[in-house]
Design a protein around this ligand. Structure first.
Ligand SMILES: [Cu+2]
Length: 288
Protein backbone atom coordinates (compact mmCIF):
# COMPACT_ATOMS: atom_id res chain seq x y z
CA UNK A 1 0.00 0.00 0.00
CA UNK A 2 2.85 2.33 0.88
CA UNK A 3 4.30 1.78 -2.58
CA UNK A 4 1.04 2.87 -4.12
CA UNK A 5 1.04 6.08 -2.08
CA UNK A 6 4.64 6.79 -3.02
CA UNK A 7 3.91 6.15 -6.66
CA UNK A 8 0.82 8.38 -6.64
CA UNK A 9 2.65 11.18 -4.85
CA UNK A 10 5.60 10.93 -7.26
CA UNK A 11 3.27 10.98 -10.23
CA UNK A 12 1.55 14.18 -9.10
CA UNK A 13 4.83 15.90 -8.25
CA UNK A 14 6.13 15.00 -11.71
CA UNK A 15 2.95 16.23 -13.38
CA UNK A 16 2.96 19.49 -11.41
CA UNK A 17 6.59 20.27 -12.29
CA UNK A 18 6.07 19.48 -15.98
CA UNK A 19 2.97 21.67 -16.02
CA UNK A 20 4.88 24.51 -14.37
CA UNK A 21 7.72 24.31 -16.90
CA UNK A 22 5.61 23.83 -19.97
CA UNK A 23 3.32 26.83 -19.35
CA UNK A 24 0.67 26.70 -22.00
CA UNK A 25 1.53 23.18 -23.13
CA UNK A 26 -1.43 21.68 -21.25
CA UNK A 27 -3.83 24.36 -22.37
CA UNK A 28 -4.74 26.14 -25.58
CA UNK A 29 -2.17 28.62 -26.91
CA UNK A 30 -3.06 32.24 -26.21
CA UNK A 31 -5.91 33.02 -28.63
CA UNK A 32 -5.25 35.87 -31.10
CA UNK A 33 -8.41 35.82 -33.24
CA UNK A 34 -12.10 36.13 -32.26
CA UNK A 35 -12.58 32.51 -33.40
CA UNK A 36 -9.78 31.23 -31.16
CA UNK A 37 -11.10 33.25 -28.22
CA UNK A 38 -14.60 31.84 -28.59
CA UNK A 39 -13.24 28.32 -29.04
CA UNK A 40 -11.26 28.62 -25.80
CA UNK A 41 -14.31 30.05 -24.05
CA UNK A 42 -16.42 27.12 -25.30
CA UNK A 43 -13.77 24.68 -24.11
CA UNK A 44 -13.70 26.23 -20.62
CA UNK A 45 -17.48 26.37 -20.40
CA UNK A 46 -17.90 22.73 -21.42
CA UNK A 47 -15.12 21.72 -19.04
CA UNK A 48 -16.76 23.44 -16.05
CA UNK A 49 -20.26 22.10 -16.80
CA UNK A 50 -18.96 18.58 -17.36
CA UNK A 51 -16.87 18.67 -14.17
CA UNK A 52 -19.94 19.74 -12.18
CA UNK A 53 -21.97 16.93 -13.75
CA UNK A 54 -19.16 14.47 -13.06
CA UNK A 55 -19.01 15.30 -9.36
CA UNK A 56 -22.81 15.38 -8.92
CA UNK A 57 -23.31 12.04 -10.68
CA UNK A 58 -20.39 10.29 -8.99
CA UNK A 59 -21.39 11.81 -5.63
CA UNK A 60 -24.86 10.31 -6.01
CA UNK A 61 -23.41 6.98 -7.10
CA UNK A 62 -21.02 6.72 -4.17
CA UNK A 63 -23.72 7.84 -1.75
CA UNK A 64 -26.09 5.17 -3.13
CA UNK A 65 -23.47 2.45 -3.00
CA UNK A 66 -22.69 3.25 0.62
CA UNK A 67 -26.17 3.74 2.03
CA UNK A 68 -28.04 1.10 0.04
CA UNK A 69 -25.57 -1.75 0.33
CA UNK A 70 -26.61 -5.14 1.59
CA UNK A 71 -23.85 -5.13 4.21
CA UNK A 72 -25.52 -2.12 5.87
CA UNK A 73 -28.77 -4.07 6.05
CA UNK A 74 -30.58 -2.32 3.21
CA UNK A 75 -33.48 -4.25 1.70
CA UNK A 76 -33.69 -4.17 -2.10
CA UNK A 77 -36.88 -2.88 -3.73
CA UNK A 78 -38.89 -5.48 -5.63
CA UNK A 79 -40.91 -3.48 -8.17
CA UNK A 80 -40.64 -4.17 -11.91
CA UNK A 81 -41.99 -2.46 -15.03
CA UNK A 82 -43.07 1.16 -15.56
CA UNK A 83 -45.75 1.12 -12.89
CA UNK A 84 -43.94 3.51 -10.60
CA UNK A 85 -44.36 7.15 -11.54
CA UNK A 86 -40.98 8.01 -10.09
CA UNK A 87 -39.38 5.87 -12.81
CA UNK A 88 -40.71 8.20 -15.43
CA UNK A 89 -39.19 11.09 -13.54
CA UNK A 90 -35.80 9.35 -13.41
CA UNK A 91 -35.95 8.63 -17.14
CA UNK A 92 -37.17 12.03 -18.30
CA UNK A 93 -35.28 14.37 -15.96
CA UNK A 94 -31.79 13.51 -17.31
CA UNK A 95 -33.18 13.70 -20.84
CA UNK A 96 -34.58 17.19 -20.24
CA UNK A 97 -31.42 18.29 -18.46
CA UNK A 98 -29.15 17.09 -21.28
CA UNK A 99 -31.45 18.66 -23.86
CA UNK A 100 -31.28 22.05 -22.14
CA UNK A 101 -27.50 21.86 -21.57
CA UNK A 102 -26.67 20.57 -25.06
CA UNK A 103 -28.81 23.01 -26.99
CA UNK A 104 -28.98 26.00 -24.70
CA UNK A 105 -25.71 26.16 -22.82
CA UNK A 106 -23.41 24.54 -25.44
CA UNK A 107 -25.27 24.68 -28.74
CA UNK A 108 -25.86 28.40 -29.12
CA UNK A 109 -22.32 29.63 -28.30
CA UNK A 110 -20.81 26.78 -30.33
CA UNK A 111 -22.96 27.75 -33.29
CA UNK A 112 -21.83 31.37 -32.94
CA UNK A 113 -18.14 30.31 -32.92
CA UNK A 114 -18.61 28.20 -36.05
CA UNK A 115 -20.38 31.04 -37.85
CA UNK A 116 -17.39 33.33 -37.12
CA UNK A 117 -15.32 31.00 -39.29
CA UNK A 118 -17.62 31.78 -42.22
CA UNK A 119 -18.13 35.45 -41.42
CA UNK A 120 -18.82 37.06 -44.80
CA UNK A 121 -20.88 40.00 -43.48
CA UNK A 122 -18.13 42.40 -44.49
CA UNK A 123 -15.69 41.97 -47.34
CA UNK A 124 -12.23 40.63 -46.66
CA UNK A 125 -9.46 43.24 -46.83
CA UNK A 126 -6.93 40.71 -48.09
CA UNK A 127 -7.09 37.37 -49.88
CA UNK A 128 -4.47 34.68 -49.35
CA UNK A 129 -4.43 31.47 -51.32
CA UNK A 130 -2.80 28.59 -49.47
CA UNK A 131 -1.79 25.59 -51.58
CA UNK A 132 -0.54 22.43 -49.92
CA UNK A 133 1.85 20.14 -51.75
CA UNK A 134 4.08 17.25 -50.77
CA UNK A 135 5.71 18.61 -48.62
CA UNK A 136 5.54 22.38 -48.33
CA UNK A 137 3.06 25.24 -48.46
CA UNK A 138 2.67 27.77 -51.25
CA UNK A 139 1.29 31.19 -50.44
CA UNK A 140 -0.21 33.53 -52.98
CA UNK A 141 -1.67 37.04 -52.78
CA UNK A 142 -3.67 36.91 -56.04
CA UNK A 143 -4.57 40.61 -56.13
CA UNK A 144 -0.93 41.64 -55.66
CA UNK A 145 0.63 39.00 -57.94
CA UNK A 146 2.85 37.71 -55.14
CA UNK A 147 3.47 34.00 -54.81
CA UNK A 148 6.14 31.92 -53.10
CA UNK A 149 6.76 28.61 -51.35
CA UNK A 150 7.45 27.99 -47.69
CA UNK A 151 9.63 25.02 -46.70
CA UNK A 152 11.01 23.51 -43.54
CA UNK A 153 14.54 24.69 -42.64
CA UNK A 154 15.27 22.48 -39.63
CA UNK A 155 18.69 20.93 -40.41
CA UNK A 156 18.56 17.27 -41.38
CA UNK A 157 21.06 16.22 -38.70
CA UNK A 158 18.70 17.48 -35.99
CA UNK A 159 16.08 15.13 -37.41
CA UNK A 160 18.24 12.12 -38.26
CA UNK A 161 21.22 11.93 -35.97
CA UNK A 162 19.92 13.39 -32.78
CA UNK A 163 21.95 16.60 -32.93
CA UNK A 164 20.73 19.06 -30.30
CA UNK A 165 17.30 20.22 -31.34
CA UNK A 166 16.73 23.93 -31.93
CA UNK A 167 14.10 26.01 -30.17
CA UNK A 168 11.64 25.75 -33.04
CA UNK A 169 12.46 22.20 -34.06
CA UNK A 170 10.27 21.22 -37.06
CA UNK A 171 8.35 24.48 -36.70
CA UNK A 172 10.62 26.79 -38.74
CA UNK A 173 10.46 27.70 -42.44
CA UNK A 174 12.45 29.71 -44.99
CA UNK A 175 9.61 32.01 -46.10
CA UNK A 176 6.84 32.45 -43.54
CA UNK A 177 3.41 33.74 -44.46
CA UNK A 178 3.25 37.45 -43.59
CA UNK A 179 -0.07 39.03 -42.63
CA UNK A 180 -1.13 42.48 -41.45
CA UNK A 181 -2.57 42.79 -37.94
CA UNK A 182 -6.28 43.62 -37.45
CA UNK A 183 -7.21 43.01 -41.09
CA UNK A 184 -9.94 40.64 -42.11
CA UNK A 185 -8.26 37.99 -44.24
CA UNK A 186 -10.00 35.53 -46.52
CA UNK A 187 -8.00 32.32 -46.76
CA UNK A 188 -8.54 30.02 -49.72
CA UNK A 189 -7.08 26.55 -49.34
CA UNK A 190 -6.41 23.97 -52.03
CA UNK A 191 -3.82 21.34 -52.86
CA UNK A 192 -1.63 20.20 -55.75
CA UNK A 193 -1.59 16.51 -54.86
CA UNK A 194 -3.19 14.94 -51.78
CA UNK A 195 -5.30 16.31 -48.94
CA UNK A 196 -3.35 18.52 -46.53
CA UNK A 197 -4.70 20.70 -43.76
CA UNK A 198 -3.57 24.21 -42.85
CA UNK A 199 -3.63 24.69 -39.10
CA UNK A 200 -2.49 27.46 -36.75
CA UNK A 201 -3.65 26.72 -33.18
CA UNK A 202 -3.36 30.33 -31.94
CA UNK A 203 -5.72 31.44 -34.74
CA UNK A 204 -8.24 28.73 -33.88
CA UNK A 205 -8.44 27.80 -37.56
CA UNK A 206 -7.84 24.58 -39.42
CA UNK A 207 -8.99 23.97 -42.96
CA UNK A 208 -8.40 20.98 -45.20
CA UNK A 209 -6.57 21.72 -48.47
CA UNK A 210 -8.28 19.43 -50.97
CA UNK A 211 -7.02 18.93 -54.54
CA UNK A 212 -9.55 20.18 -57.09
CA UNK A 213 -11.50 22.23 -54.54
CA UNK A 214 -11.20 25.75 -53.21
CA UNK A 215 -12.15 25.88 -49.54
CA UNK A 216 -12.21 29.10 -47.55
CA UNK A 217 -12.41 30.67 -44.14
CA UNK A 218 -12.10 34.15 -42.71
CA UNK A 219 -9.96 35.28 -39.78
CA UNK A 220 -8.72 38.50 -38.22
CA UNK A 221 -5.48 38.29 -36.22
CA UNK A 222 -5.51 40.89 -33.46
CA UNK A 223 -1.94 40.68 -32.17
CA UNK A 224 1.42 40.92 -33.91
CA UNK A 225 3.86 38.06 -33.50
CA UNK A 226 5.08 34.79 -34.94
CA UNK A 227 2.60 31.94 -34.90
CA UNK A 228 3.39 28.34 -35.67
CA UNK A 229 1.30 25.41 -36.80
CA UNK A 230 1.48 22.24 -38.83
CA UNK A 231 -0.10 20.27 -41.60
CA UNK A 232 -2.78 18.33 -39.78
CA UNK A 233 -3.92 15.84 -42.41
CA UNK A 234 -1.67 12.82 -42.86
CA UNK A 235 -0.29 13.44 -46.35
CA UNK A 236 2.70 11.18 -46.88
CA UNK A 237 6.14 10.40 -45.51
CA UNK A 238 7.07 14.02 -44.79
CA UNK A 239 3.73 15.03 -43.34
CA UNK A 240 5.55 16.03 -40.15
CA UNK A 241 7.97 18.25 -42.08
CA UNK A 242 5.68 20.89 -43.56
CA UNK A 243 5.05 23.37 -40.75
CA UNK A 244 3.11 26.60 -41.00
CA UNK A 245 4.75 29.80 -39.79
CA UNK A 246 2.88 33.12 -39.89
CA UNK A 247 4.44 36.49 -39.09
CA UNK A 248 1.76 38.99 -38.18
CA UNK A 249 3.09 42.54 -38.54
CA UNK A 250 1.82 46.12 -38.59
CA UNK A 251 0.06 47.43 -41.69
CA UNK A 252 3.14 49.52 -42.69
CA UNK A 253 5.57 46.62 -42.30
CA UNK A 254 3.23 44.44 -44.32
CA UNK A 255 3.08 46.99 -47.16
CA UNK A 256 6.90 47.18 -47.22
CA UNK A 257 7.23 43.40 -47.20
CA UNK A 258 4.63 42.97 -49.95
CA UNK A 259 6.37 45.56 -52.13
CA UNK A 260 9.68 43.73 -51.70
CA UNK A 261 8.03 40.46 -52.77
CA UNK A 262 6.48 41.84 -55.94
CA UNK A 263 8.38 40.74 -59.04
CA UNK A 264 10.13 43.55 -60.92
CA UNK A 265 8.10 44.54 -64.03
CA UNK A 266 10.68 43.09 -66.48
CA UNK A 267 10.87 39.81 -64.61
CA UNK A 268 7.11 39.53 -64.15
CA UNK A 269 6.47 37.68 -67.43
CA UNK A 270 9.17 35.11 -66.78
CA UNK A 271 7.98 34.65 -63.21
CA UNK A 272 4.41 34.05 -64.36
CA UNK A 273 5.53 31.49 -66.95
CA UNK A 274 7.76 29.76 -64.43
CA UNK A 275 4.84 29.40 -62.02
CA UNK A 276 1.86 28.13 -64.01
CA UNK A 277 0.02 27.47 -60.75
CA UNK A 278 -0.59 31.17 -60.25
CA UNK A 279 -3.31 31.51 -62.87
CA UNK A 280 -4.84 34.42 -60.99
CA UNK A 281 -1.61 36.36 -61.52
CA UNK A 282 -1.83 35.69 -65.27
CA UNK A 283 -5.44 36.82 -65.35
CA UNK A 284 -4.52 39.93 -63.39
CA UNK A 285 -1.74 40.71 -65.87
CA UNK A 286 -3.95 40.20 -68.91
CA UNK A 287 -6.57 42.47 -67.39
CA UNK A 288 -4.07 45.32 -66.97
CU1 LIG B 1 0.49 17.90 -45.64
Amino acid sequence: MLHLYKFTLGFWVMLASVAAQAGYAFNFPEPVTPIARETLHMHNLVMVVILIMFFVVFGMLIYSFRTHRKGAGYKAATFTGPTNRKQWLWALAPFALLFVIDYGVFGIPAFHAVVLYEDTKTDAELVVKVTGSQWMWQYEFPAEGVSYSSRLITPRDQIDSGAAKGEHYLLEVDNPLVLPVNKKVRFITTSNDVIHSWWVPAFGVKRDAVPGFLREFWATVEKTGTYRGQCSELCGKEHGFMPVVVNVVSQEEFATWLASKKPAPAAANAAVEAAPASKAAVVAKVAQ
